[in-house]
Design a protein around this ligand. Structure first.
Ligand SMILES: NC(=O)c1ccc[n+]([C@@H]2O[C@H](COP(=O)([O-])OP(=O)(O)OC[C@H]3O[C@@H](n4cnc5c(N)ncnc54)[C@H](OP(=O)(O)O)[C@@H]3O)[C@@H](O)[C@H]2O)c1
Length: 360
């Protein structure tokens, strides 16, 4: 495990090295909030400047978070961009256009250095298709996130760091995969856990493909944050059995023992900005061969999704260590699956962009 002090010191070093632009999809609650708070706190110790965009539905929650961050770091700029429903890709597109236009209007050097994607609904929901034809859970946790990531590429590619994009979900929880029914249309196959497994594989292969297209320019992470006791667990959308078990059994007995404190979670999520530990994918010859940045030790470099150190795409546990399940991925031809997932995801995007309903 990377020591928390090491992470905090790396966070301080980064904020002191340049002003940062950060975007938080899901910044109005939970892990997005904790990470933004960690960033504002780090900036308050001699940071060079911060512009942060928070995206979510609840304006009141956003106002409270902005007020909290202004207290921590008054020199920062905090901008709320309201979403209506990010399970709809047209809402993701609208929000991204607004972020890009605001950022271009505010800076001679528009960019995004850190993108967090933590929008999410309650788990254990039955399948429910959006008007655009995809399951709402799969959309919030995979399609809407990859859509935001690709929409915002023009600004991400301008980051000198280079940029880090972090999707917070369930990396490492791969189970079965049905490559011929990626959308899980067959009702006999659909369950929340099965959808989760599909979304994790798809994160890895989609991100791998993106990293190959933008070598040296992007650092892509999907991460399981551990158990972080925030507002998500009070959601009325959760099934009654879960809420009863959670409130009266799990939290009183085990909550403190097994959860990651919210402050630590924020610091660790921010720690993914470390260019030494999480470098981008390099050129074809050196890719995955543990390319070291100046000043980093080889043992500090995280292992990427291809099982090699420093290969630009990272599947991580809550401690920021690789949890890539090579045995699960070993059952598939990686080149074939990267192409398949890319084509499937692009087909979803193109169909919906054309105003049609996705049916495959
Ligand atoms: N917390 C944990 O222990 C834990 C563990 C494993 C995985 N995760 C995953 O990590 C992610 C973040 O978790 P969290 O605890 O931070 O959750 P959270 O506190 O519930 O925050 C979710 C965020 O997503 C936004 N959101 C949800 N549905 C939306 C929609 N339809 N349209 C627009 N925005 C929407 C919420 O915005 P508004 O509130 O403004 O509507 C909020 O900002 C989730 O995907 C979760 O599955 C969490």
């Amino acid at each position: 495990m990377v020591d928390l002090d090491v992470i905090r010191s790396s966070n301080t070093t980064i904020v002191r090295s340049q002003p940062l632009v950060a975007v938080f999809f899901g910044g109005t609650s939970g892990i997005g909030h904790y990470t933004l708070r960690a960033l504002a706190t780090a900036e308050s110790h001699g940071g060079k400047g911060l512009r942060a965009y928070l995206i979510g539905r609840k304006a009141e929650a956003a106002e409270a978070i902005v007020a909290e961050c202004r207290k921590l770091y008054p020199a920062g700029e905090y901008i709320f961009v309201q979403a209506n429903d990010l399970s709809l890709l047209r809402d993701v597109d609208r929000v991204c256009i607004e972020i890009m236009s605001l950022e271009r209007g505010k800076s001679a050097n528009p960019r995004i250095d850190y993108l967090m994607l933590s929008q999410g609904g309650a788990p254990f929901q039955p399948r429910k298709d959006t008007q655009e034809g995809i399951d709402a859970t799969m959309s919030l946790l995979y399609y809407s996130r990859m859509r935001a990531l690709t929409n915002l590429l023009p600004l991400l590619l301008q980051s000198p760091l280079p940029a880090t994009a972090v999707s917070v979900y369930a990396a490492g929880y791969e189970g079965k995969l049905y490559p011929e029914d990626l959308s899980l249309r067959n009702p006999k196959l659909y369950s929340y856990n099965q959808a989760r497994s599909h979304m994790i594989y798809m994160h890895t292969w989609f991100m791998d493909r993106l990293a190959e297209q933008h070598r040296g320019q992007l650092r892509l992470v999907h991460i399981f944050p551990g158990l972080v006791l925030g507002p998500a667990f009070q959601s009325p959308e959760l099934p009654v059995w879960f809420r009863v078990f959670w409130r009266w059994v799990f939290v009183p007995l085990f909550g403190r023992l097994v959860s990651v404190p919210t402050g630590e979670c924020g610091d660790r999520m921010l720690g993914l900005l470390s260019p030494n530990r999480y470098p981008p994918r390099r050129d074809a010859i050196t890719a995955g061969s543990g390319v070291q940045q100046q000043g980093s030790r080889k043992e500090d470099v995280a292992v990427g999704t291809d099982g090699k150190p420093g290969s630009g795409v990272y599947s991580l546990n809550w401690k920021g260590e690789s949890n890539i399940n090579l045995k699960a991925y070993g059952k598939f031809d990686p080149a074939e699956m990267k192409a398949k997932i890319w084509e499937h995801t692009m087909k979803v995007f193109e169909t919906i962009e054309a105003g049609d309903v996705f049916k495959d």
